[in-house]
Write a protein that binds this ligand. Structure first.
Ligand code: GDP
Ligand code: IMO
Ligand code: MG
Length: 437
């Protein structure tokens, strides 16, 4: 049984949640390995829509155990809200079903205030963060100031950490950000004592659980958030998130070695979207972009912002395939392309009149890159009821074949609608591991 890592290969919102839910049927463990509640993973099962932010998308299946690994940043209030909303639909998030690594960094109210204030101050140069405190929390982790889940269980130690952090953040908010918001160490300490009580039964050794599952030959799925082009090291910096989103980080965060990984699946929309600012070479700001947004319902799960839309970017996906070591790509939202007479594939980039092979490093250069397109025939047939490759119209099959050829990666499946049933898995490797439909 395999260790499979599921990652986004574009700018997030590729449909990772839906595919993780699909793969979870035979899974024993589903482990979220980075990001926080900046993510929004929508899963639709028999018409019922659930938006997950922190809790792995595996929670919607009755058996898999779901874990948050060390590299996640966790807002306790957001997690409680999410647990309650799952309980409203009769999914009990018990300590048997859900565990949290003691190493996770907590997102506290001052992180959110700093994130928001910095965005306000950036004015014209905003990153367009989700304002959930993600960046400031990861900063504390790297500077070794973080309050982590495991710190909550020694009151004396916690008090010292809270006093130190609140004093530092209040000073920063006042003197550097020139903002009036100030936090009370007493309030934050009291809140954290409540958090400690609530979450103590959930705290677990994720690395050890993953190790045991691997040794017992169980099926372990690692769920990524965001996408390769939002990766802090390899994305379109500084218009990125604050964590490594690529597959290798599943090992770092999950506390296991890279040799245990069997398969890396790249989730990829049949076109491109981006939320927030930053370069986007195949963006279409005209009528086609509007059609993609309307038909694809491209509005953010977390912030409700309209997503910027554009055509499939072969070079960007090729980069993501390389960064992640993708074995196969699952092409989602193929149904959204129905109705276009011609489809565009951005196949190469030109910068200063010269063809370039990869995105440049500087975002200033990426902004100047011109995408070159190839046009292929579209299809008009409704494909939402398609359940096999053979049932696809020939033009839709030709689209998948061409994507595979130009990107240089196997197509491991595709999806034709948001529901669990509308996923068609082709990846023979994965199908052989487990009783996947
Ligand atoms: P994630 O963050 O990668 O999990 O993706 P999101 O959930 O943020 O965004 C993907 C959106 O597309 C969600 O609203 C899904 O319900 C929807 N979706 C996923 N796959 C398909 C598909 O094949 N067709 C259509 N029409 N919608 C899809
Ligand atoms: P999922 O997991 C799309 C974007 C934000 C912003 C940048 C930095 O649903 O695919 P942050 O709050 O992380 O500091 O914001 O990253 N962003 C996402 N875009 N999908 C996501 O997650 C995202 N998470 C963050 O819009 O541009
Ligand atoms: Mg999303």
């Amino acid at each position: 049984m395999p260790v499979v890592i599921v990652v986004g290969v574009q700018w997030g919102d590729e449909g990772k949640g839906k595919i993780v839910d699909y793969l979870t049927e035979p899974a024993n463990l589903v482990v979220r390995f980075q990001g926080g509640n900046n993510a929004g993973h929508t899963v639709i099962v028999e018409g019922q829509k659930t938006a997950l932010k922190l809790i792995p998308s595996g929670i919607l299946r009755p058996t898999a155990r779901c874990l948050l690994a060390a590299g996640v940043v966790l807002d306790p209030h957001a997690l409680l809200e999410e647990m309650k909303s799952l309980e409203d639909i009769d999914i009990k998030v018990t300590p048997e079903r859900f565990g949290i690594a003691g190493e996770v960094t907590l997102i506290l109210p001052y992180h959110k205030a700093i994130d928001g204030e910095r965005e306000n101050l950036r004015a014209g140069g905003r990153i367009g963060t989700t304002r959930k405190g993600i960046g400031p929390a990861y900063e504390d982790s790297v500077s070794r100031d973080a309050i982590r889940m495991a710190d909550l269980f020694d009151e004396k130690h916690l008090r010292v950490l809270v006093e130190r952090n609140v004093a530092k953040k209040n000073k920063y908010l006042k003197s550097v950000l020139e903002c009036d918001v100030q936090f009370s160490p007493d309030e934050i300490f009291d809140e954290l004592l409540e958090v400690a009580k609530t979450f103590k039964p959930y705290v677990t050794n994720v690395s050890s659980e993953v190790d045991k599952a691997i040794k017992a030959d169980e099926f372990v799925v690692f769920e990524g958030a965001q996408g390769a082009l939002l990766d802090i090291s390899h994305g379109t910096y500084p218009f990125v998130t604050s964590s490594n989103t690529v597959a290798a980080y599943a090992c770092v965060s999950g506390g296991f070695g890279p040799k245990a990984v069997d398969r890396v699946l790249g989730i990829c929309k049949a076109y491109s979207t981006r939320v927030g600012s930053g370069p986007f070479p195949t963006e279409d700001t005209g009528a086609d972009g509007d059609t993609l947004r309307d038909v694809g319902k491209e509005f953010g799960t977390v912030t409700g912002r309209p997503r910027r839309c554009g055509w499939f970017d072969v070079k960007a996906v090729q980069r993501a395939v390389r960064l992640n070591g993708i074995d196969s790509l699952i092409i989602t939202k193929l149904d959204v392309l129905t109705g276009f007479s011609k489809l565009k594939l951005g196949t190469s980039y030109v910068l200063d009149g010269k063809k370039i092979e990869d995105l440049p490093v500087s975002h200033l250069d990426i902004e100047r890159v011109e995408a070159q397109y190839e046009e292929i025939d579209g299809w008009q047939e409704d494909i939402t009821a398609v359940r096999t490759l053979e049932e696809l119209p020939s033009a839709a099959r030709a689209f998948l074949d061409r994507v595979s050829e130009v990107v240089g990666c196997e197509i491991g499946g595709f999806s034709v609608g948001p529901d669990r049933e509308q996923t068609i898995l082709l990846d023979a490797g994965l199908r052989s591991y487990a009783a996947l439909k």
